[in-house]
Ligand binder design. Structure first.
Ligand code: FPP
Ligand code: MG
Ligand code: MG
Length: 327
């Protein structure tokens, strides 16, 4: 993830620490059982932006102990938790592609994918225990929010009126929670003051929501070469996303065909392509993009507790990159 506005010394420090995180991650996901190592490494080797570890490292720059080994451990904890959740998510979403590679469920089967996710989560838990009881508590809370978000995604909202609210709750749970924790861990394990930790956790929560919604926009707007995933996966699985909810809420007469397609199973490739074409040209896409940009601004406003300087600039740039990402 390239941050456009970045102080050279800060960039060099972050780069060196990301290398450390990468090596530590490789270490953590090595099992005595070769097949487990292979399955667990599969998605990590396929790529990934290391967005959450980078946020841990960046948030750690607000405290005096940015270079502590606990910060590296915390970066590994959030990435391992994220990785675990992807194995499970691809089973639930019946996704065949992830990071430009076969998903674990496609390469092996659902059993392997689910158990590998569990195994990765156990590795993350082991490492969290080394960070102390407070971290265990935060991790448990993050995990329950992740799972609650994911469960709520599978149930319909109580009524049409609360569809958007319900969706934002899902997004906050399944993505905001872990990204908030990434920022919080960085500040905490670098010894930042309590008000900075609190502001960064709130910042991470909002950046996380923006990140998920831009991901959902990309499910519609981008091609496999950019996203490494199959476009329209959410549509086909009937996973509600902001652009689709905005189309439904607008109730425009000219959207009759699109709504009919969205209500259908979208099993045929032609139907899916037609739905994607109509959605891509729909004003709801720009409305969703504007929402993401507004959230990023809200997140940046929270950074006022930090002194002006390269770290605050980088956290601002990070929020901007999330809002305008194309991959
Ligand atoms: C991706 O969303 C999925 C998540 C952000 C969280 C998924 C959480 C779980 C499956 C529960 C947690 C389980 C463990 C073992 C930690 P998406 O499907 O919208 O995004 P995608 O386009 O990347 O697939
Ligand atoms: Mg998915
Ligand atoms: Mg999903």
């Amino acid at each position: 993830l390239a941050l456009p506005v970045l102080d050279e010394a800060l960039a060099a420090r972050l780069k060196a620490r990301l290398v450390e995180v990468e090596a530590a991650l490789a270490d953590h996901i090595t099992s005595e059982a070769d097949f487990v190592t292979e399955a667990a490494r599969h998605l990590m080797d396929a790529g990934g932006k290391r967005f959450r570890p980078l946020l841990v490292l960046l948030a750690a720059e607000t405290g005096p102990d940015a270079a502590s080994s606990q910060v590296i451990d915390a970066a590994c904890v959030v990435e391992l938790t994220h990785l675990a959740s992807l194995y499970h998510d691809d089973v639930m979403d019946e996704a065949a592609l992830r990071r430009g590679a076969d998903s674990a469920n496609a390469r092996w089967d659902n059993h392997v994918a689910i158990l590998t996710g569990d195994w990765l989560f156990s590795k993350s838990s082991e490492l969290t225990a080394a960070l102390g009881p407070d971290a265990v508590k935060i991790q448990a809370r993050t995990f329950s929010r992740l799972v609650e978000g994911q469960i709520l995604e599978t149930v319909p909202p109580a009524s049409e009126e609360v569809a958007l609210e319900h969706h934002l709750r899902v997004v906050a749970g399944k993505t905001g929670s872990l990204i908030a924790t990434s920022a919080l861990y960085g500040a905490r394990f670098a010894g930042a003051p309590a008000e900075v930790e609190e502001a960064l956790a709130a910042y991470g929560e909002i950046v996380g929501a923006a990140f998920q919604i831009s991901d959902d926009i990309l499910d519609i707007a981008s091609e496999t070469e950019e996203s490494g995933k199959t476009p329209g996966t959410d549509l086909r699985e009937g996973v509600p996303t902001l652009p689709v909810l905005l189309v439904r809420r607008a109730k425009r007469a000219e959207d009759a065909r699109l709504v009919e397609l969205l209500d259908s199973s979208l099993e045929s490739d032609a139907d899916l392509a037609e739905a994607l074409g109509l959605l891509r040209a729909h004003p709801a896409m720009d409305e969703a993009r504007a929402y993401v940009i507004a959230r990023a601004q809200e997140a940046k406003d929270l950074l006022k507790v930090l002194p002006e300087g390269p770290v605050r600039d980088a956290l601002e740039a990070f929020a901007d990159v999330v809002a305008t990402r194309t991959a």
